[in-house]
Design a protein around this ligand. Structure first.
Ligand code: FAD
Length: 389
């Protein structure tokens, strides 16, 4: 055996890294995956649960196949601390020794700077991790009277899935159009602008959902009353019937606890050739926790996982990793139950800038279409199959 790699988190990033470490080392690296959840729930397409065209069951998968097929040791537990000096991971029940550690814990949510809502409130779900809160938000929309307001607040970037909130607005408006046509989707965006597929989203807001969606940029929360469900910004005060606060985000808790969130105390800096942390060379970090001008997407997370796995296989075998990694990112958003739009880019490692740089030739759809909706479904099927099998 070449060594023992422990992976924290069986989301898109961690599960992909574990699988490819086993396959590309010919089974010569022992891999242990630590994950508290008993099943995988996909964030991609979870906005469609709010729109009513998917169920959470459609997006929930067993870990069994990946685990058995690739010979991954599975520990159903949470990592709570890292002893960097002794290369030991502390779990809530026991410890694990490692040669290399991969952190893939996704994002954590930071309520501390939301005026009036400094802690999570049970009936104001973020639904920014697919699961119970997705169902809760859908139920709230179903119980809302026709003529009510769905208010969604968007934090300043970077956050997980840059186009996700605008896809969500379309999905909720799609539901309102059929079931509650006098209702409104009010978007309070702390950012100056829509940063992903702007023209395409604005087309859908206008052509498909005219009068149903109100978009306000530069609308940071000044005061939120979680009981009355009012939100005040510099420009207005809105009353919500259903309130969806998407909180500011940062690297997963375990990365924070080990002091690996060394960029703005939020995100983790890594070397893009190996994904080794700039704080500790034996700890690699992939997925939404890392700092980069790269969108935080499932496609990115799995691409990073493959580069990281290949680099660790090389390093443990005493070889140098590929110095010029390349990968792609495609991100589809559904604007109703059938039509989608996309953005796609190739990223190449720039050795001077020491980062991944988007290559010429990427782009977005001309317009929303059913054909792109079919492609979006195929994209999801492919990434689920690659990650979970
Ligand atoms: P996650 O998938 O969140 O996985 C992290 C895992 O780590 C979890 O299983 C968690 O339980 C585990 N974990 C955390 N802490 C610990 C610990 N201490 N010990 C053990 N385990 C731990 N991306 C796309 O590419 N396309 C899309 O269409 C798309 N749509 C989206 C729509 C929505 C509404 C949202 C919210 C996101 C969407 N995304 C999309 C983004 C995508 O879901 C994320 O970028 C992706 O999940 C990141 O993968 P990850 O592995 O870093 O994190």
């Amino acid at each position: 055996p070449l060594g023992h790699v422990v992976v924290i988190g069986a989301g898109f990033a961690g599960l992909t890294a574990a699988k490819y470490l086993r396959d590309w080392s010919g089974g010569n690296i022992a891999v242990t995956l630590v994950e508290p959840n008993s099943q995988f729930v996909s964030c991609p397409q979870s906005n469609l649960v709010l729109g009513g065209s998917k169920t959470l069951d459609d997006l929930s998968f067993s870990y069994q196949t990946a685990r058995k097929r690739h010979g991954i040791n599975w520990v159903k537990d949470s990592a709570i601390a890292i002893d960097v000096q002794n290369r030991q991971l502390q779990l809530s029940r026991g410890t694990l020794a490692y040669d290399k550690l991969i952190l893939a814990p996704g994002v954590d949510f930071d309520y501390s700077h939301i005026p009036g809502m400094a802690i999570p409130v049970a009936d104001i779900p973020h639904a920014w991790k697919a699961g119970k809160q997705t169902l809760q938000l859908r139920q709230q929309l179903e119980s809302m009277p026709d003529g009510g307001n769905f208010v969604m607040t968007i934090p300043r970037g970077p956050y997980r899935c840059p186009p996700g909130p605008y896809e969500r607005a379309c999905q909720v408006a799609h539901y309102f159009k059929q079931a509650k046509p006098r209702s409104k989707v009010i978007i309070l965006d702390a950012n100056p602008d829509i940063t992903s597929k702007k023209g395409l989203f604005l087309q859908s807001f206008k052509n498909q959902y005219d009068g149903l969606i109100e978009y306000h940029n530069n609308s940071e929360i000044i005061l939120l009353d979680p009981v009355k469900k009012t939100v005040k910004t510099d420009f207005e005060q809105v009353q919500a019937d259903v309130l969806n606060v998407i909180p500011p985000q940062l690297a997963g808790k375990i990365a924070q606890s080990a002091g690996l969130n060394n960029v703005d105390q939020r995100w983790c800096e890594v070397d893009f050739v190996t994904y080794a942390s700039s704080a500790h060379p034996d700890i690699h970090i992939i997925g939404d926790s890392i700092s980069a001008g790269l969108p935080k997407s499932a496609h990115m997370a799995t691409s990073q996982a493959k580069i990281c796995a290949a680099a660790i296989v090389d390093m443990l075998a005493g070889q140098s990793p590929n110095p010029l990694p390349v990968f792609a990112n495609t991100c589809y958003s559904f604007v109703d139950d059938k039509q989608a739009i996309h953005v796609a880019n190739v990223y190449r490692y720039d050795a001077q800038k020491k980062t991944m740089v988007s290559a010429e030739g990427g782009g977005v759809s001309l317009q929303a279409s059913v054909q792109e909706g079919d492609f979006a479904q195929a994209w999801a099927q492919n990434i689920w199959t690659d990650t979970l099998n």
